[in-house]
Ligand binder design. Structure first.
Ligand code: WT7
Length: 658
């Protein structure tokens, strides 16, 4: 082979030089009590794939009518549990409220100002039925779309489950999105009703959701009625539009108590969730009822080892898929007790999340690597203020976790005793696909380990051939899974083109990965997150993890900026840990550090100390904006950022420092 052919065969991410040697076995007592203790489910699924899913669909989900066929697969079009009838709201509420969990707490809610509410399954049953009747009264019918633009309040969950109950398709728009983003999503979904609130609390300030909703609605004529929850009161300055807007509490006061859950076809659309593509307009990812419910119920149970006495706390927002699948549908379908927190993690102080863990005696905690790196930067004194001994399992999702962040999580949050489940999945996959089952899998910091039972994934080259161990390539999923998205709303061509055309019959995830000699998957990030320095392709995440492994560094983003000589030169944006002083000597030390760990080629050309990094709402570093800064371009679209001020400040300082 010529050099060039060797390179091609090595795939898109050939310079994978980091090796993680640390191993963590499931603690013996954890394994003893876990739902899954050995490899039986993997064996069962490989022996009889459809039989495996049928068995768990039967066991974990209530059906009004059993399916005729488990799977109908006409690539890339899938139907699961064909001919079956079920209802997500019934599964998450009624079967618990009418069964042994009637007085069990479903939701433990804490508002940012410190107010608290607890809802039992019986309470949830009552509220969901009433709100379903409110929706009906506003003219919502099976198949209509209902947009929801709220903060993290119990009514958000109630609204979702009420829509699902009558067969209306919900589309939740994250409460931090602008009126423009809301308008685009309502227009695309052609929603008939919008549910919102006067305002939401964030860092002691009011986020004026109703005002933003009004701006959006000026250009979204499909919406006929608006329901407004009073959350903050007069401070929000919400004005009601007569004939269009109704207060939540007033509508509920007159609503009838009973609203039986509608038996719905397995493939009935449950929700649309918009996710930003790298380019172009947001993609409306469509999930349907039966398969989604089976997939999220089983994975919530197995990956989080959910038991009846657990208190489950996921710090994500319900406005993105993590919240849909692993705050609402998966945990509630299992009859779990779920902690929901309304506000910012650093309000009134940087220990808020840990205070909540302590107060509610949370046993399972699920968050993102970004939050963990932020917590690392704040320092271990914040978790140390609290008794975290109730925790027994930790999880992460959203991006590759740097091994050092994993270790910090393990030590400072998990007290060295809690298994960590690093869960790989996407809005499109609906459910976790690659993650350890905590009673079975030996974990390695930074690896999501292996595909779950029933899931077949691989790493392939451009031509679709599997690559050898430790060689980078494209992560693909080899066969359908129940919670897979069914299409992109209103854009089936894009569904086919973006995900299923590169390797027909196989799902293209858009992520780069490698498998090690034990078959463990190491996700290297989106394939577009690759830098090419003098012909060497390096993964951003590996460079960043190397920087984060240095004791002075809390967070890092590495980008390639165009360079006339090398093609791309590496710029590192580094956030230092609390108490570390920036200096030119430290910059040089960090360059040397990366050079030693990965190789001289990987040494950043420049290191820039930043106060913070620009991140999307779903907690991903927006490297493309850092590239804009480093290449002196005008900033691209910043509407999906958590805090657009961060990037502007960064740009000013970058220019100032030359
Ligand atoms: C992308 C999906 C699924 C909910 C979170 C985000 C990245 C997600 C991991 C992980 C490495 C991860 C991937 C994926 N990602 N989890 N455990 N390890 N990367 O959902 O916004 O649809 O983003 O997040 O790049 O493709 P999303």
């Amino acid at each position: 082979m010529t050099d060039r052919e060797v390179k091609a065969a090595e795939g898109p991410l050939l310079e994978s030089k980091l090796r993680e040697e640390r191993r963590f076995e499931p603690p013996a007592d954890f394994r003893e009590r876990a739902w899954v203790k050995d490899r039986t489910p993997w064996e069962e699924a490989e022996r009889d794939f459809e039989g495996f899913w049928a068995k768990h669909a039967e066991a974990e989900v209530h059906w009004f009518k059993t399916w005729d066929r488990v799977l109908e697969w006409n690539p890339p079009w899938a139907k699961w549990f064909v001919g079956g009838e079920t209802n997500a709201s019934y599964n998450c509420v009624d079967r618990h409220a009418l069964g042994s969990r009637r007085t069990k707490t479903a939701i433990l809610w804490e508002g940012e100002p410190g107010d608290r509410r607890a809802l039992t399954y019986e309470d949830l049953h009552r509220e969901v039925q009433k709100f379903a009747n409110v929706l009906k009264g506003l003219g919502v019918r099976k198949g209509d779309r209902v947009a929801i633009y709220m903060g993290m309040v119990p009514e958000l969950v109630i609204a979702m489950l009420a829509a699902a109950r009558i067969g209306a398709t919900h589309t939740v728009v994250f409460g931090g999105f602008s009126s423009q983003a809301l308008r685009d999503r309502i227009q695309d979904a052609q929603a008939k009703v919008l549910i919102t609130q006067d305002g939401a609390w964030r860092r002691g300030q009011v986020v004026p959701l109703k005002q933003w909703a009004d701006e959006a609605l000026a250009e979204a004529p499909s919406v006929e009625k608006v329901v407004v929850l009073r959350r903050v009161g007069d401070a929000a300055g919400a004005a009601m539009v007569p004939g269009r807007d109704v207060w939540w509490h007033e509508a509920m006061a007159g609503a009838a108590a009973d609203c039986p859950a509608e038996p719905l076809d397995s493939e009935h659309p449950l929700f649309i969730l918009y996710t930003s593509g790298t380019t172009g307009k947001p993609k409306g990812v469509l999930h349907t009822t039966g398969g989604y419910l089976v997939g999220t119920t089983l994975t919530a149970k197995w990956v989080f080892d959910l038991k009846d006495d657990d208190v489950y706390f996921c710090a994500a927002d319900i406005g993105w898929i993590t919240g849909h699948s692993y705050i609402v549908y998966g945990p509630l379908s299992n009859g779990a007790t779920v902690v929901i927190y309304e506000g910012a993690p650093d309000w009134p102080d940087k220990d808020r999340i840990w205070a909540i863990v302590e107060k509610y005696r949370a046993t399972i905690f699920y968050t993102s690597p970004t939050f963990l790196r932020t917590a690392m930067r704040w320092g271990p004194e914040y978790p140390k203020r609290h008794d975290l001994s109730s925790l027994r399992l930790l999880g992460t999702v959203g991006e590759p976790i740097n091994p050092e962040a994993w270790m910090w999580y393990h030590e400072h949050i998990g007290g060295g005793r809690c298994p960590i489940v690093d869960t790989w999945w996407q809005t499109e996959t609906g459910m976790i696909l690659i993650a350890p089952l905590p009673g079975v899998q030996t974990t390695k910091p930074g690896s999501a380990t292996v595909p779950l039972p029933g899931i077949k994934a691989d790493v392939v080259d451009e031509a679709g051939n599997p690559v050898p161990p430790n060689v980078g390539g494209y992560l693909v999923i080899e066969r359908p899974w129940p919670a897979m998205f069914r299409t992109l709303w209103g854009d089936p061509d894009r569904y086919v083109k973006a995900y299923w055309s590169q390797y027909p019959g196989r799902y293209l995830t858009g992520d780069g990965a490698r498998k090690d000699e034990d078959g463990y998957f190491w996700i290297t990030g989106r394939v577009d997150d690759v830098v090419n320095v003098a012909g060497h392709r390096l993964s951003n995440i590996e460079l960043e993890s190397t920087l984060v492994a240095h004791p002075a560094v809390a967070e890092a983003a590495v980008i390639g900026r165009s360079d006339p000589i090398k093609g791309q030169a590496l710029s590192a944006f580094v956030v230092l840990r609390a108490g570390v002083e920036p200096s030119d000597a430290l910059k040089e030390e960090l360059r040397q550090w990366v050079g030693e760990k990965i190789g001289p080629i990987a040494k950043p050309s420049d290191v820039f100390f930043a106060a913070d990094l620009p991140k999307t709402r779903s907690a991903k570093i927006m490297r493309r904006l850092l590239r804009d800064i480093a290449e002196g371009r005008a900033l691209g679209d910043t509407t999906t950022l958590t805090d657009p001020a961060v990037v502007e400040e960064l740009r000013q300082r970058y220019i100032a420092e030359g």
